[in-house]
Design a protein. Sequence first.
Length: 167
Amino acid sequence: MKKLLLSIVIVFGMSNLNAQSFGLKAGVDFASLKSKVESFSVSVSETGFYIGAFADIGVSESFSFQPEVLYVSIDELDQIHIPLMAKFPVTEKLNILAGPALGLLLDSGDGIKSFNYGIEAGAAYDITEKFFIEARYNLGLANLLEDAPNDPSLKMSGFFIGAGYKL
């Protein structure tokens, strides 16, 4: 956990040097937990919310790096979600985002790992210079079950829809 917090501080510390903008964002998360045992699988869906901050670090005219720290609340699965997104402009107002995402489950129970990871992709549309909307999908890759070999598995994914404001 100390390494994860240190990584967050380093990412946002470095982004302070070259950041073109910082901002805040919030929205709805449609999460799903998929449990699989042998050939049998069950999915459970929950709706929650997210709120957090981001930095937009310009690397070139056609690419920027957007690290984020989000608090995601989904029933009993609250987590700190850390997407590390590559941002590519498609048009002046439309951007494609993709990258890895890390997560720290805050209230994992017995037999559940607290560290989550996956890949995330989506799009953001600038309504004004400061205000944007976004939609993303996070595909959970981590098996959240403690001491489980390949089978059984428990994975968490989510679809995010929200809005943000660049400070």
